[in-house]
Design a protein around this ligand. Structure first.
Ligand SMILES: [Zn+2]
Length: 154
């Protein structure tokens, strides 16, 4: 998304709201499939330090759970803050900054139960090839035992 400096009122800010084609985000390369356009709501201004922008980015993506391998949808809402020197430029392209923010906001190891909305099926029936992670005592078993011992000692 390109911003022309002459669009910005002197001493004020320009409010930009809209939607960008998510193809420019390059999310497929990192295993995420955009399910909506990238929506942005930004206030952009110019100060002595250069161009500044603050606002919010919003995108729905489809991710693959690392545990059960099921796909699930996740909604990203990310604050966007940027300050950039202008070096005499009249046009500033914000796309690469938005891409960076969205890529950083995506979990490196997505889990379908990350937001507590559902229980990942792999927690109870390990997916093929994932069984080694479930061998031995699960952490919550140890915790249960500890709690039981505590109760006995009281
Ligand atoms: Zn899962």
């Amino acid at each position: 998304m390109k911003v022309h400096l002459r669009q910005i009122p002197q001493g004020g800010t320009l409010h930009l709201e809209g939607a960008e084609d998510p193809v420019s985000l390059g999310l497929e390369e990192i295993g995420a499939r955009p399910e909506s356009p990238l929506q942005y709501s930004l206030d952009i201004g110019v100060s002595s330090g250069g161009l500044f922008a603050t606002g919010q980015l919003n995108l729905r993506v489809r991710l693959t759970c690392v545990a059960c391998l099921n796909e699930f949808e996740s909604e990203l809402t990310e604050p966007f803050v940027l300050q950039e020197e202008l070096d005499g430029r009249e046009v500033v392209d914000l796309t690469s900054h938005m891409r960076e923010d969205i890529q950083l906001a995506l979990p490196a190891h997505p889990r379908c139960d990350a937001k507590g909305r559902r229980i990942c099926p792999a927690r109870f029936s390990p997916a093929p090839g994932d069984a080694h992670r479930h061998r031995g005592e699960a952490p919550w078993d140890a915790l249960d035992k500890l709690n039981a011992e505590k109760l006995e000692n009281q």
